[in-house]
Ligand binder design. Structure first.
Ligand code: ADP
Ligand code: MG
Length: 694
């Protein structure tokens, strides 16, 4: 029977052992075609190429050993434990099993040889392995080692490692006769194409025993870099593509007269900083173009981004279009709602509110106002993305705290413009990232930076205290309240949880209300009724509440300038950027502000460095850089921060240094090799690269 020979674009069912149900399971891993298996890279490797003598073992090693069964017995120590002692003349080790069958127990016969792979730990009776993988050798059989490192693939339900390894091996075989297109092998790009794609894939799936395992584990091996480069290139080109499309699209040029903006700015109780003025004029220039602006404004916590956004809104409104202002949380959206009302109601500008928790009747009214064109500024949460929200003439979209949104959501909003016209986009973020990283994450955006804080701001003095000193901190809250200053008391979760013994906000609220019985203590958290939370926030803003106990719902954007004291519980559990954001809720006025980070000791090394970074600096850019260094390679900057689809091999933190070369290659490919652009995009982004086409 003649059968067409499988190639890399064949469906997975051409592989031995793949039927419809396994194919479904593989789809869940994003694997559809044979080639996809080649690009499913191991997350780590195990070294079973060497057999270690028992006398050479040290705790902490993860390795292959073999030895003769000297003793096997079941003991009772609260539970049944199977203990097996192995020896090889140079030393001994104990195997411990807590879960085992009768049959397993009987397998370990005296003097039989066993090979094991596992972690060496130090136990009560010397070195031990707990639940190692093991095999009992047949009489006369010699222990054998593998001649390549063993790849470990990302796990998925219903697919065993051995199965995956086997499938990848079949894919590699197909690759030998039908290699994948090596897009970087173009003549003029030869410096990027070493090693070749096939060599790189072969080595990564099947590293020989001689390979530098350390560099492989750190993701710095040239073969990994070769693939990471191509993947970064795919993502970058796709975002640039989006940018290029946008620059050819049409938008309404917002050239309305500037009297509203002048009135608005003149009425502010403060003078704008030079940085704010500069960014406002950058935005203003963009908005006058008949093509969509796609601009990112980066500015540290408290640098005054909201007023910059509001200035952009005035330009849109005086040009007769609608503006949508979107915030990542209800709390932040509510705050913008209040602030924008206080700014704009006097000019008879119509503001409308949209959120997920809105009553049906209210929602219907909002939608009508938006569709009829009555609403000029529409403020809300993700709910603005929904299909039901139809704008009459949306001209500008403002997205606050962009790191909480993804590229896809940006695209969804873009499409809400009038047919054929795309709204301008202004995106704001307080999470500054290094330049090379920004090249990858924001390739579809132009950027402006507010690199100056309003005058008179004093650095927030910050200390870290062990939680046993909580009573002192409470006294401090009492003293500062006596001086008319307000405080936040932040707790990470609202309910007691068994696994994480967070200080629950509700418990803290109770405790603080009792201890500080002469003070007004309020509580806000994510599961509260919105109206209630609203009331409490407003009361805090109005100075009726002295201490606001809150979960991290207040993490972004909340602005109560009179609050000067911030207490953060379980600070050791939080990330640097999150702590910086939380701390940024104080220090917003001219008063000296303080932040106390309470922690539960003993502190790990990482937690210790995080807390000391915050004690040493208030500069968000420095903190972001340190955050990246501390988290180091291996910790991905997730899609939440970047708004990008997940990377398979590249690690934006580790590989950001490749970005200048990626950028150069992208320019070359987009100009000279359009086929390669399509090929790379479909290899790495699959369907996702469609987001460049919407
Ligand atoms: P963020 O950049 O974190 O969003 P906000 O827009 O919330 O910062 O502004 C922080 C605080 O600084 C607000 O209370 C705001 O009124 C105030 N503010 C903004 N710009 C200035 C300025 N130029 N001078 C003084 N205060 C300002
Ligand atoms: Mg803000």
């Amino acid at each position: 029977m003649e059968k067409q020979e499988p190639n890399l674009s064949s469906s997975l069912e051409v592989l031995r052992g793949v039927g419809p149900s396994l194919a479904k399971a593989l789809e869940r891993l994003g694997l559809y075609r044979v080639e996809d298996l080649l690009f499913l890279l191991p997350i780590r490797y195990e070294d079973r190429t060497k057999l270690y003598r028992l006398g050479a073992l040290q705790k902490g090693m993860r390795c292959l050993i073999s030895g003769e069964v000297l003793l096997a017995k079941t003991v009772y120590r609260g539970r049944r434990i199977l203990l097996v002692r192995l020896g090889d003349g140079t030393g001994q080790i104990e195997l411990r099993f807590f879960y085992f069958s009768r049959q397993q127990e009987a397998q370990f016969k005296l003097n039989h040889i066993v090979t094991c792979y596992g972690d060496v730990r130090s136990g009560a009776a010397g070195l031990e392995m707990v639940h190692p993988e093991y095999r009992i050798l047949a009489p006369g059989e010699k222990p054998s080692v593998s001649n390549a490192l063993t790849p470990i693939y990302p796990l998925t339900e219903g697919i065993q490692q051995g199965r995956l390894r086997n499938l990848v091996r079949q894919a590699l075989n197909i690759m030998q006769s039908k290699p994948p297109d090596d897009f970087l092998r173009q003549e003029s790009m030869s410096d990027l194409s070493s090693p070749s794609l096939t060599d790189a894939l072969n080595l990564l799936h099947n590293p020989t025993a001689e390979v530098d395992l350390k560099s492989m584990e750190e993701g710095r091996h040239p073969c990994q870099v070769r693939l990471a480069f191509e993947e970064l290139l795919a993502h970058y080109m796709s975002l640039r593509h989006l940018r290029n499309l946008a620059s050819k699209e049409n938008s309404i040029a917002l050239k309305g007269d500037s009297s509203l903006q002048r009135k608005f700015l003149a009425a502010l109780p403060y003078k704008l900083t030079d940085a704010q003025n500069r960014v406002i004029s950058e935005i203003s220039t963009d908005l006058k173009e008949p093509h969509p602006m796609m601009r990112l404004v980066q500015g540290d916590v408290g640098s005054g981004k909201t007023v910059v956004a509001a200035a952009a809104c005035t330009q849109a409104i005086s040009s007769g279009v609608q503006v949508a202002v979107m915030a990542p949380t209800e709390l932040l959206a509510e705050q913008h709602w209040r602030e924008f009302n206080s700014w704009f109601a006097q000019y008879e500008i119509a503001l409308t509110w949209v959120s997920g928790s809105q009553k049906q009747s209210e929602r219907r009214r909002s939608l009508e106002e938006i569709q009829s064109g009555h609403a000029q500024i529409i403020i809300g949460t993700h709910a603005l993305f929904q299909d039901a929200v139809a704008f009459s003439n949306l001209g500008l979209i403002v997205i606050d705290e962009q790191h909480r949104f993804g590229v896809h959501q940006r695209v969804a909003l873009r499409n809400k413009g009038t047919i054929g016209l795309h709204p301008h986009q202004l995106v704001m973020t307080a999470t500054p990232i290094p330049r090379t990283l920004a090249m990858a994450a924001y390739a579809d955006l132009d950027t402006s930076v507010i690199d100056e804080l309003p005058p008179g701001r004093q650095p927030i003095s910050t200390i870290a205290l062990p939680e046993k000193r909580r009573p002192e901190v409470i006294s401090r809250v009492r003293e500062s309240s006596a001086k008319g200053q307000q405080a936040y008391w932040v707790c990470p979760l609202i309910d007691e949880s068994d696994t994480l013994d967070y200080q629950a906000a509700e418990a803290s609220h109770k405790m603080l209300s009792e201890t500080l019985d002469d003070l007004e203590v309020g509580l806000v958290h994510g599961r509260m009724r919105i109206t209630e939370r609203d009331k409490t926030m407003q009361a805090f803003k109005d100075g009726e509440i002295d201490v606001l106990v809150a979960t991290t719902v207040i993490e972004v954007g909340v602005d109560v300038p009179k609050a000067t004291l911030m207490i953060i519980e379980n600070a050791e559990r939080m990330g640097l950027s999150q702590l910086h954001q939380l701390r940024g809720r104080v220090g917003r006025g001219n008063e000296q502000s303080h932040c106390v980070m309470l922690y539960k000791g003993p502190l790990g090394t990482l937690a210790k460095s995080r807390l000391s970074v915050l004690r040493e600096t208030n500069d968000g850019f420095v903190i972001a850089q340190r955050d990246l260094e501390l988290r180091g390679p291996g910790e991905l900057l997730g899609t939440r921060q970047t708004g990008l689809p997940a990377y398979r091999i590249a690690n934006l933190l580790r590989d950001a240094n490749l970005m200048p070369a990626v950028q150069a290659a992208a320019t070359k490919i987009q100009a000279e090799y359009p086929d390669a652009e399509r090929g790379i995009a479909s290899r790495w982004l699959g369907d996702a690269h469609n987001y460049g086409k919407v």
